[in-house]
Design a binder for this molecule. Structure first.
Ligand code: XLS
Ligand code: MG
Length: 347
């Protein structure tokens, strides 16, 4: 791994540019077309694009294999023309009428089969996009009340699905994106610890890793940077969704650093100090702009999240480690605490 300073590459998914609908109100902004969204990327300083399968191939369940491949090739040509890389692709396994009771863990054998077949088609799209990173956000793998499913069997179903996909394509890597709740009351595989534990039970552990989202760790009452440190130790942190979250409530996907700058500083620090990005990993975002934001400036959350990362990177790289170590050696942690605050405040 090179000792030179990492030049970080940034990515986001087209769903991060959105119309502002929320569970309590309709859209407030006119949509941008897919092509318009792709146009924003380089202008905002992003070179990676994250996809759902149906971002690439709309109405994917109604498309033949030939139509799927043809549409995926058109999208590949489009992103190539913009100098963009498809960082990750995720099957959207949470909107179909066939996944109401879960995808891989549905109580219906036919629905579990649908979820696996849909995931295989997502792999086909990934191959056209030359993308090897297959994200599983296990959105509906969980329960509203515990008694509807058997937790041990559910883990087995998820593992079976992962093994089928590993067998379906010898090069695809599976990144589990854990989240403990929402839309479910309680989800299976709720943290990166569960995801990495599961990876070692798969038929090819070297091809199963994780994507950590800041807000998902916070909602679990955990510290995102420590979760990242855990995954980095296992060499299984293959992507991130940086954002922020102001307390334990619905997933806010706030701009990175918006709620807790110290927490954001430590996420940048753990990535920098453990070589994240040196073998191609992207700094991914998963952020929602405020409903109140006018359409013509409804990408500011992306710009600010990327700038905050770079501003905090400067703080990481200019932290006086000698001074820090002196505080640690003296076990003067109060002094260290204030030193970090002073550094972040630039005083
Ligand atoms: C949840 C997921 C979701 C994306 C990827 O946070 O990241 O936002 O759709 O599946
Ligand atoms: Mg996410």
């Amino acid at each position: 791994m090179s000792n030179s300073l990492t030049e970080y590459r940034f990515s986001f998914g087209p769903w991060n540019i959105h119309e502002g609908a929320d569970p309590f109100g309709p859209p407030v902004r006119e949509s941008f077309s897919f092509d318009d969204k792709v146009d924003f990327y380089r202008k905002l300083g992003f070179v990676g694009i994250q996809f759902h399968d149906d971002d690439v191939v709309p109405d994917i369940d109604d498309k033949t294999h030939t139509q799927l491949i043809s549409r995926a090739k058109d999208v590949k040509a489009l992103i190539d023309s913009h100098g963009l890389t498809a960082e990750v692709i995720a099957p959207r396994l949470w909107e179909s009428s066939k996944t109401i009771d879960g995808a891989f863990t549905s109580n219906s054998k036919e629905e579990r089969h649908y979820a696996i077949e849909r995931s295989k088609r997502c792999v086909d799209v990934a191959n056209v996009l030359e993308c090897k990173n297959f994200v599983l956000w296990l959105a509906r793998e969980g329960t509203y009340i515990r008694e509807t499913k058997h937790a041990a069997n559910a883990v087995g179903y998820i593992l079976d699905a992962i093994n089928v996909l590993l067998d379906y394509d010898p090069e695809i890597r599976i990144l589990i994106e854990p989240k403990l709740n929402e839309p479910m009351d309680i989800a299976y595989i709720p943290t990166i610890g569960h995801a990495i534990g599961l990876s070692y039970a798969s038929t090819d552990p070297d091809r199963v890793g994780g994507l950590i989202e800041s807000a998902h760790a916070i909602l679990a009452g955990l510290e995102p940077s420590d979760e990242m440190g855990y995954a980095l130790y296992h060499k299984k942190l293959w992507s991130v969704h940086l954002n922020d979250q102001n307390g334990l409530k619905f997933d806010q996907d706030k701009a990175f650093g918006s709620a807790n700058l110290r927490r954001a500083f430590n996420q940048v620090r753990v990535l920098e100090e453990n070589g994240y990005g040196k073998i191609g990993e992207f700094v991914g975002l998963d952020v929602k702009v405020m409903r109140t934001q006018p359409r013509e400036i409804s990408t500011k959350h992306l710009l600010s999240s990327r700038k905050t990362f770079l501003n905090l990177l400067e703080k990481v790289r200019t932290l006086d480690k000698k001074v820090e170590q002196e505080f640690i050696t003296a076990r003067d942690y109060e002094g260290l605490d204030y030193y970090i605050l002073e550094h972040l405040l630039g005083v």
